[in-house]
Each structure stands twice: as structure tokens, then as C-alpha cells.
Design a protein around this ligand. Sequence first.
Ligand code: NAI
Ligand code: UGA
Length: 462
Amino acid sequence: MKNSFPQRVAVIGTGYVGLGTAGLLAHIGYQVTGIDIDPAKIAQLQRGEVPIHEPGLEGLLAGQEERLTWTTSYEAITEADVIFICVGTPPGPDGTPNLNYVTSAAASLAPFLNGHAQIIVNKSTVPIGTGDYVQRLLEDHSPNFDETRHRVVSNPEFLREGTALSDSLYPDRLVMGGHPDAVDYLARLYAPLIEQTFVPPAGTPRPDSYTRPAVVRTTLQSAEMIKYAANAFLALKISFANEIGGLCERVGADIQEVSTGIGFDGRIGHRFLQAGLGWGGSCFGKDTQGLISAGREHSYAMPILQAAIDVNYRQRQLVIDKLIRHLKSLKGKRITVLGMAFKPNTDDLRDAPAHDLIARLTQLGAVVTAHDPVAMPRASREWAHLTYTAAADAATALVRADAVIIATEWDEYVQLNWSELVGTMRRPLIIDARNILRDALPAQVEQIGREAAHYQPEQVLE
Ligand SMILES: NC(=O)C1=CN([C@@H]2O[C@H](COP(=O)(O)OP(=O)(O)OC[C@H]3O[C@@H](n4cnc5c(N)ncnc54)[C@H](O)[C@@H]3O)[C@@H](O)[C@H]2O)C=CC1
Ligand SMILES: O=C(O)[C@H]1O[C@H](OP(=O)(O)OP(=O)(O)OC[C@H]2O[C@@H](n3ccc(=O)[nH]c3=O)[C@H](O)[C@@H]2O)[C@H](O)[C@@H](O)[C@@H]1O
């Protein structure tokens, strides 16, 4: 390698993963250039604005002007020791991941590869075999390509939106797949993370019990598969909790108690057993479909994953069914949806359950009001095809409503004075699709996977 220790980094794609990666590596002390084809995004970043809502990110990026620059030009690749690819891999119509962005990133960076050793690190979630494909693209598009100096490493990302910074700074594991020399070089880049020798950025202190990440060195293919398998397993866990929850409702058991009870078995664990509206977001749906489509290419059925997907999307209809059970027809009924983002602490609307709820409610003739603490400006652009009234705040959204659906467990909704607010509704019916309400309320409250009897099914103010 040119330098025995990497110094300069280029990050291609400045979305959720790219921004976190660039900010983290600059914080650790590397010279970082973030590259994106979206000029509006780059202009925003150059002005010091952060294009997405991610807690702590603004603070992490601020004050790093000397180490962190943003550009639409690929020229910075020439100087970089390590080049991260963090572009999107959205699903195509049949669930197969669309590799156009990865292809164009690789083709764009290739001409700028220099005669020295550089490693190209793929952080995007990609079908197994993509690392080799990228290596071939580099070979085809670079006059300087040399397979002993330009190696592709798969280094999948496991951060969650909403907690991206602490997930990146204090990861459970770092997975690096590829040629051992290239993996060694990447491990050197990550040394401050692996050894946990960096100074924690303000606002993201090291958790008490945290020591250091496991380092998992694999082949390219295994690293690519680890990413899909991890997401698929987490998706399965959630669907499992939802499937058991459905039966709990019918037999008088309570999924919250059941998840707690089974989670104490160390082989099962408590995390990702929260029943509710199911998963949304840009990854679980895409990556379960991605694995199924990879199976299809090899004539290999993946029935467990398909079942997890079916259970997940059934949850969205279940909420509508609960409403219909109470209200009979939804025609002309005023329904409030609290929470639009796919989870709290993000403005990401990709595959958000609230989208499907609003669309279905409107189709059934309901008059929909919606609210989200941060995602509403984005929804006004990305969900312009939906019909709903955007409420200024949650309290206003509830006034004269026939029912409210809690679709995202924002802390703000947990903290609402529900006893008082149900009094402003036309009919105090709450479908708590994220199981966040704890106290008895003068309202009819339906939760997921547990009997409504936990709450006070009071009079209906018709
Ligand atoms: N969002 C998340 O929480 C996580 C995402 N991932 C994976 O990481 C990848 C990126 O995901 P996100 O950051 O959410 O995507 P994103 O959609 O937020 O950002 C992707 C960025 O890449 C840019 N881009 C596209 N083509 C480009 C090109 N040729 N050159 C330069 N920039 C280009 C886009 O303009 C956009 O700004 C995906 O494969 C995703 O599955 C992995 C772990 C977590
Ligand atoms: O590949 C990715 O993009 C990322 O996908 C998920 O992260 P993310 O989608 O950001 O958010 P999660 O916290 O996993 O939540 C996903 C969805 O599952 C739902 N969920 C989560 C946990 C649970 O117990 N129950 C449940 O319904 C959430 O409400 C949310 O809609 C994974 O958790 C990350 O490890 C991974 O890096």
C-alpha cells in the first residue's frame, strides 16, 4: 500500500450511511471528501446544512471544515487511500436490488484511480457477487487498474436510523470481507474504532458497558451475505412477534408479556420482539425481497422469508380491520394518523406503514388528518399523491376525530396528556398500533397482540 496507514478517504453517496461514515471518519482524524451526484444536497452540505434528520449528525459535521469537504466532482478519488461506496440500492419492481447507482459510482470513480494502492470499500447493501462485479467494472474503466493494488472490500453497515451515530461509534462488530491485505489496511483505518481510542463526540458518550467491537474478517461473498442475513433475521424476529401477537389477541394472552418472557432466554433475547405495525424503512422490506430474488436466480425457494414479509404487511391491514370493527363504515369518518416516519427520530418515509394506512383510509372514504414531529415537510414533497390534512401539532390533529391511529412511537406521543386529549375527540377511540400507552384512559383503546381489556373501554360519545 502507498501509505502503511491510510490518511485520505473519499465517501461516495451522502445519504444516511455516507453522511455518518464521512462524519465519523473526519471526527477520528482523517481527511474526508464526501461526493454526491445531487448538486442540491452538496450545496446544502457546503452551507453547513444537514439534508436529513438524524440526531447528533449536525453536531458531528459542524466544526470539521478543515477535515471534511463536499463536492460533486470525483477528482478527490485520485488522492484517496480508501474509497467508500455508500450509494442507494433500492428495490426494482420484482424485488431485485437496483445496482444502477453502484454501477455508475464504480464507473465514475475508476478513471480517477491512481497508480498507487487504493482500496474500494463497498458499504451499500448489495447482492452477493457485487464486490467481484465492481472489481471488474474498475478494471474496465480505469487506465491505472492493477488487481494487486486496487482491491474491493465488502464492509457492510449495520447502523439504524435514529441512532446512527452511536451505532457507528460503538458497533457490535465490524465485518470486512475481501483479500486479506486489503482487509488489513481497512482494519488500520478503523483502528481508533476497534481500539476505542477516539474522543467521543459531544452528545454521544460511550455507553457504560461498551468495550470494543468484534472484528469479523471474511471473504467478499460472506461479508455481503452477512448483511442480508442480519437484516432478514431481525425482520423475521419482528414478524414472529407479530404472528404470535395475533394469536395472543384471540386467546387472551398478551404479546408484551410473552416477548418479555421468551426474551430472557439468552438464545432468543429481548430485542426486536416488539409487536405492532411491523417493520418499515428502506432496508428490511428491500433486503428480505433482495434475498428472495437471489434465491429465485438459483431456483431456491425461501419460504420463511416470504412468510415474514406476508405477516409484516398483514399488520397494516389489521389496524384498518380494528377501526372497521368499531366504526363499521369509514366513509366520512375523521381519522387521525399520528406518526408518518417509519420509526421515531428520523424523517425517513421510505416504506413507512403510515403511508399505506393513509392511502387505504382515503380509499375507504375516511377524512384523514396526519401529524409527525419532523417528517411533515418531507411528506409534503414525497407523499404529494396522498390525500390528508397536515396538522400543526398532535393535539390539534385529535380535535373532533372519530379515531386516532398511533403509527409511530415518537416520544412526543408517549408524553401527550391523553386523558385530557381524548375529551376533544368526537369519539374517543385509540388504535395504539405501537403499544405505547400504559395508563388506563377514558377511551376505547386497541393495541396489538393484547386484549383491549388492559384499558378502560369507556362510553362512546356518539
Ligand atoms: N439507511 C440506513 O439505515 C442503512 C442503509 N444501508 C445501505 O446503504 C446504502 C445507502 O443507503 P442510504 O444511505 O439510506 O441511501 P440514501 O438514498 O439516503 O443515499 C444515497 C446517496 O447516494 C447518492 N448517489 C447515487 N448515485 C450516486 C453516484 N453515482 N455517485 C455519487 N452519489 C450517488 C444519492 O444522491 C444519495 O444522496 C443502501 O445500499 C442501503 O441498503 C445499510 C445500513 C443502514
Ligand atoms: O440495513 C439497514 O438499513 C438497517 O436496517 C435496520 O435499521 P432501521 O431500518 O434503520 O431501523 P430499525 O430500528 O431496525 O427499525 C426498522 C423497523 O422495524 C420496526 N420494529 C423494530 C423493532 C421491533 O421490535 N419491532 C418493530 O416493529 C420499527 O418500527 C421500524 O419500522 C437494522 O436494524 C440495521 O441494523 C440495518 O443497518
